[in-house]
Design a protein around this ligand. Sequence first.
Ligand code: AKG
Length: 277
Amino acid sequence: VRNDSPVRGRYPQRQIDRFLQELHTDGFCILKAHFSPSLVENWRNAFSDILEERIRNGMASARGPNRYYISLPFTRPFADATVYEDPDILAVLDAAAQGEIVMPELATDTPLSGSDYQVVHRDHKLRSPDLSDLDASVPFQFAVNFPLVDVTPDNGPFEIVRGTHIWSDAECSKRIKAGDLVLEPLLMNAGDVMIRDVRGLHRGTPNRTDTPRPMVVVGYNRIEHRRPQLRIFVPRDEKARLSPRAARLLQLNPVVDSQADAHPCETYSNLYFLDEE
Ligand SMILES: O=C(O)CCC(=O)C(=O)O
């Protein structure tokens, strides 16, 4: 079904403005109970097979011991406009980015039993080399994160330091070395969604349970900001179904005849963004 008319979001503009304010101040905002339990359950069930297979085939990228970064195929249930074209999320992203955004990433971060603390890091330096004139207060790369299980203190909560997305890279390095940062565990429930400026300092923590804690990451960024290591393989039949907005969001991704032509070789493995200088 083609969907040419914008779907209305759940939130009034004043609440979108509050999310936007939080994103600017804290570097992230959380939309509580945003996706339905059945959507999250479908994704969790479909993901558990992928997790097992990718680890077995050596096609998962380790982001620390027993912690895997795994891309999702752009097929059902994951090729879901309810998620990547959510009107509330896009309203926040469009206003925050102040320019056209694209979507090169549909993936997951999953700590398993035996995972450890990651180093505190940001997922990109303060500035984009492709947007050197952009004011540092304007975010250019985002992660939309949602867990596929309830997050508890035991299963590896994502920890974040508020307000650090606009710190200089030097300040981040200094404060990480000094170890005086206030890391806040985010105990998100299945269905909660976080919109995050990826420059905010954060880390993954150990999953001390036997149940994986998958966190979806839908990556968006300003179109000028290049991320050549990332791509979504869009099957031709899925492309034919995209709304005009989705076609623009996915415009830089390769189109494949079938999922068999997709090669999810994970190259997104650098954790030490601050040591590259
Ligand atoms: O697994 C997590 O909770 C965080 C993962 C992460 O921040 C990373 O791998 O860069």
